[in-house]
Ligand binder design. Structure first.
Ligand code: CDT
Length: 321
């Protein structure tokens, strides 16, 4: 008996700064209704799906920064989405900015949650790969201050939910092979990923024309090399003067795209995903137990990059004899 999961893309168009959370949640609920009408059991929403993508601004006032964060989940603004999901029997993935309390201090994370079909939060993920920069860089057309506003999360777990082995990642994580492989080693069958990706990349403007290609390339490679479904969902379009890519899609373990959004606005698309299709890849080409060679991969965890050790200290340069 195949394990089918009907998964919907819940792509959002732009959210402007003046838009209230109540307005945004109404849009999410509308997408959920559309998904339910065509048989979805799970809908995936973007990263930071409740507000505009605020890391584009350098904000000095801490209270103003915190106004983009959620102190609890669900909360008054998001409760209608949880209620609707429970009523319709549709689970969801939602990205938001989380203000956590840890040992009496506030810590900011870029977070996603997985909510099951009964409206219960069954997993939480905090973004590991925070892109961009920490200080104000006025030469840019707009900022990308995720390193300033967020603390990195600790890693990727997987969760038994929706009849399969589910994982989560957020935006920049999707470009890193390690993201998928750490979950692949835990048998992941579907990775849910929300993203906000400006078309323009200030340090590498020559890549702007390739931004949609790189988005899809990363998710297709991650899916194929780990024998997993990958569901990537954008917040797209012209938000506060910054254009972001769409291209939300569902990728099969074969690496093939089976569903894709066509616009840069609020849009729902759906695919029937057979979770058992993963095993064709996991038991053959990517049978990790049979074929991986961990003895050759030591540098992956020993080093941060070409010049730094994993702890960030400089690598010793060996003098040439
Ligand atoms: N949100 C996010 O992670 N966006 C990045 C933009 C990279 S340019 C600093 C991404 O990888 O899509």
């Amino acid at each position: 008996m195949p394990r089918y999961l009907n998964v919907a893309l819940g792509q959002l168009g732009p959210i402007q700064r003046a838009d209230s959370r109540t307005q945004v949640v109404a849009r999410l609920c509308d997408l959920m209704h559309q998904a339910h009408a065509v048989g979805a059991q799970l809908i995936v929403f973007p990263e930071l799906a409740l507000t505009t993508f605020f890391p584009r601004w350098y904000i000095e006032d801490e209270a103003e920064v915190n106004s983009f964060f959620e102190r609890s989940m669900p909360n008054t603004a998001t409760q209608p989405l949880f209620d609707l999901g429970r009523k319709l029997g549709v689970g969801f993935y939602l990205g938001y900015a989380e203000l956590a309390q840890e040992a009496g201090a506030e810590v900011r994370y870029n977070t996603s949650i997985m909510v099951d079909r009964s409206g219960q939060i069954v997993a939480k993920y905090r973004k590991v790969h925070l892109p961009g920069h920490r200080e104000h860089e006025p030469w840019r057309r707009f900022q990308h201050l995720e390193k300033r506003y967020f603390t990195p999360g600790s890693g990727w777990g997987v969760t038994q939910a929706f009849g399969g082995v589910m994982g989560m990642a957020l935006c920049n994580d999707r470009r890193w092979a390690e993201t998928y492989r750490v979950m692949g080693l835990q048998g992941v069958e579907m990775v849910l990923i929300g993203y906000n990706t400006p078309v323009h990349n200030a340090p590498a403007p020559a890549h702007d024309d390739l931004s949609l290609f790189h988005n899809q390339l990363s998710m297709q490679a991650g899916a194929y090399q780990n024998g997993t479904w990958v569901v990537g969902v954008a917040k797209a379009g012209m938000e506060e003067g910054v254009d972001s890519i769409g291209g939300s899609c569902i990728v099969a373990p074969s690496g093939e795209v089976v569903a894709r959004c066509l616009t840069k606005g609020d849009e729902m698309a759906i695919a029937r995903c057979d979770l058992d299709f993963c095993s064709v890849y996991k038991r053959t080409t990517f049978d990790f137990d049979l074929h991986r060679q961990p003895h050759a991969y030591g540098l992956i965890t020993e080093r941060k990059g070409e010049t730094l050790a994993a702890d960030g200290s400089p690598l010793r340069v060996l003098s040439q004899a």
